[in-house]
Design a protein around this ligand. Structure first.
Ligand SMILES: [Zn+2]
Length: 321
């Protein structure tokens, strides 16, 4: 069982200063789905159903251990994030994160390593909110230089970088990451940062004391760099209206899913059937051939019938001959 705390409003304020750049947040379910996962739901006002802004009280409950929240990196008004978190949960994850931490130190960046259920999260904090797109260029190039695998771009295993998007439309949230210093509902454990005592106050004091990355430093580090080709976001898929007439019932997968990226052969998108089962968090199990978008395949093994059913467009069996 995990330790309960009674943190002050001031401690909640310290947490918000470090981690919160956008007030929307999610709450982790305290009960598992039938498949054993503990999903997060966007926090909403129960009356208006509008997204609820994160406040001191919710942060205190998170730190105390009463609820568990996750945070969105990017504020769509500025396209900036206060932090970069590198999530790794593959074999050798911790070694890869230590390697990244050491390499960052050579740039004068002090990154903090947090334990997680299956690996760790490495956090870099901005002295001010930093452009998400620039953070991503920096970390992707650093990882590739070190030979640390980055998920996506054809790799199923590797680090994931939050912010996961270069920019967001105002109505988008992007991907959330479990907020540090709380309780993971699945394991009922807290996962702490390695280099500080095990209380919210000591951990926040440690994080506060780290040297933060400035906007100017980041711009210098990424001079002349761009996001590696394989990881560039997919351009939006042109909408091709279906031909009117008898053909307009043809099923088009691209009318239903939104690709997260593209490589030379395929669009990659969240598999609707996986998503229904609470899987495919990285949103790229489904490959859709660019040349012929009628051909698509879930790499986690969902059958076409399952994908179509998940979209509410089941495949009608032809009358048997
Ligand atoms: Zn699937």
């Amino acid at each position: 069982m995990y330790a309960k705390f009674q943190v002050t409003r001031e401690t909640a304020g310290d947490f918000i200063r470090l981690f919160v750049n956008r007030r929307a947040y999610s709450i982790q379910s305290s009960r598992p789905l039938p498949n054993g996962s503990f999903p997060y739901y966007l926090a909403r006002d129960w009356r208006t159903k509008e997204p609820k802004p994160l406040d001191d009280d919710a942060v205190r409950m998170h730190l105390n251990g009463d609820i568990t929240i996750s945070l969105y990196a990017i504020n769509p008004e500025t396209q900036r994030s206060k932090w970069v978190a590198i999530d790794a949960d593959f074999d050798g994850a911790i070694e890869a994160l230590f390697q990244l931490q050491w390499e960052l130190k050579q740039d004068g960046v002090q990154a903090a390593l947090e334990q997680s259920r299956r690996g760790g999260h490495l956090w870099i904090f901005g002295a001010e909110p930093l452009l998400a797109s620039e953070c991503r260029i920096y970390v992707y190039n650093l990882a590739l230089r070190l030979g640390v695998p980055v998920k996506g771009g054809g790799l199923k295993q590797g680090i994931e970088v939050f912010p996961r998007q270069d920019r967001l439309d105002g109505a988008e949230y992007g991907n959330a990451i479990r907020a540090p210093l709380g309780v993971h509902r699945r394991t009922e454990r807290r996962y702490w940062f390695y280099e500080a005592d095990l209380s919210p106050e000591a951990q926040l004091a440690y994080l506060d004391g780290l040297k933060k990355l400035t906007d100017g430093e980041l711009k210098t580090f990424i001079q002349g760099m761009s996001l590696p080709e394989a990881y560039k976001p997919a351009p939006s898929v042109p909408y091709i209206p279906s031909a009117s007439g008898t053909d307009n019932q043809e099923f088009r997968i691209l009318d239903f899913v939104r690709p997260t990226r593209k490589d030379s052969r395929n669009w990659w998108a969240r598999c609707p059937s996986c998503a229904q089962a609470g899987r495919d968090r990285s949103g790229d199990n489904l490959a859709i051939q660019i040349k012929n978008p009628r051909l698509y395949k879930c790499w986690a093994g969902c059958r076409k019938e399952e994908i179509r059913a998940a979209l509410g467009r089941p495949i009608h069996k032809r009358a048997s001959a």
